[in-house]
Design a protein around this ligand. Structure first.
Ligand SMILES: [Mg+2]
Length: 269
């Protein structure tokens, strides 16, 4: 059983105070887009060299990476689709469809190298340290294989962080947006669902999944416009903007000054 840290309740207007913050991993704690861009460039270089083609010039390389990342739609494509796209667009059509398929088959497993391209982000580490310093319970809830997601946490310098819970779908056999996953995390955090804030970039899996489980949610927009159906309670452009979110800022300030009657420090038994 995980130890219970002391809690600080942060009241938000019209909402239950947030006691725990649960983060998605890809494109929330870790910049997967950037890691994918690095991996794609490595593959492009190697593929072209292997087939006797000159390196693509800088402008073409950038356009190529940008197009594949846009086509990937925030990780919506599987490894095989990504490899097919990569091969079919990287080699100036010098391979027959059959040769392309064979090459793509070989490359599909290579996406497992993606964690090697993840880099630590000092601003994310500062955010987590500050939230931990304010006694929030902190957790990760991520969809993906145990090996890949654990290696990404390691590469981002977050594996040793004193998380109160780490939930990875490949280890649990359930994935966001399934309600059971949110329930497992809430149970591990020993926190009421409506006092948990889910922070993630995926509207359906993170925002709607959390809402359906009775959690509060914060959408990491990356500049995207939210669908009309249900606005996220909170929105930030980047995860690291969370500390500057007016609602959190206000409550933290009120907590520090002790001026807010709702800001009650409490300890779990
Ligand atoms: Mg994500």
């Amino acid at each position: 059983m995980l130890p219970s840290p002391p809690l600080v309740r942060i009241a938000t207007h019209g909402l239950e105070p947030v006691e725990a913050v649960v983060f998605d991993l890809d494109n929330t704690l870790v910049n997967r887009q950037r890691a994918l861009a690095r991996w794609l460039l490595d593959q492009l270089r190697a593929l072209r060299a292997a087939h006797g083609l000159p390196p693509a010039d800088r402008q073409n390389r950038r356009r190529w990476v940008h197009e594949i990342i846009a086509w990937d739609r925030w990780g919506a494509r599987d490894h095989k689709q990504l490899a097919n796209r990569l091969v079919s667009t990287a080699l100036d059509s010098i391979l027959s469809p059959r040769q392309q398929a064979e090459r793509a088959e070989q490359l599909a497993g290579g996406i497992r190298e993606l964690p090697n391209h993840v880099r630590p982000d000092a601003r994310v580490q500062q955010l987590l340290a500050q939230l931990a310093g304010q006694k929030f319970r902190l957790a990760v809830a991520s969809n993906g294989s145990s090996d890949l997601q654990r290696r990404k946490l390691q590469a981002a310098g977050l594996a040793e962080f004193p998380w109160d819970a780490v939930a990875i779908s490949g280890e649990l056999g359930i994935a966001k947006p399934a309600r059971q996953l949110f329930e497992r995390v809430a149970s591990a955090l020993r926190t009421r669902p409506n006092r948990i804030l889910m922070v993630g970039d995926d509207w359906r899996r993170d925002v709607l999944g959390a809402r359906d489980a009775g959690w509060q949610s914060c959408w990491v927009t990356w500049g995207r416009t939210p669908p009309r159906e249900t606005p996220a309670v909170w929105q930030v452009e980047r995860t690291t903007d969370l500390l500057h979110h007016p609602a959190l800022r206000r409550q933290l300030d009120q907590h520090r000054s002790g001026s807010h009657p709702e800001c009650v420090e409490a300890r779990h038994a």
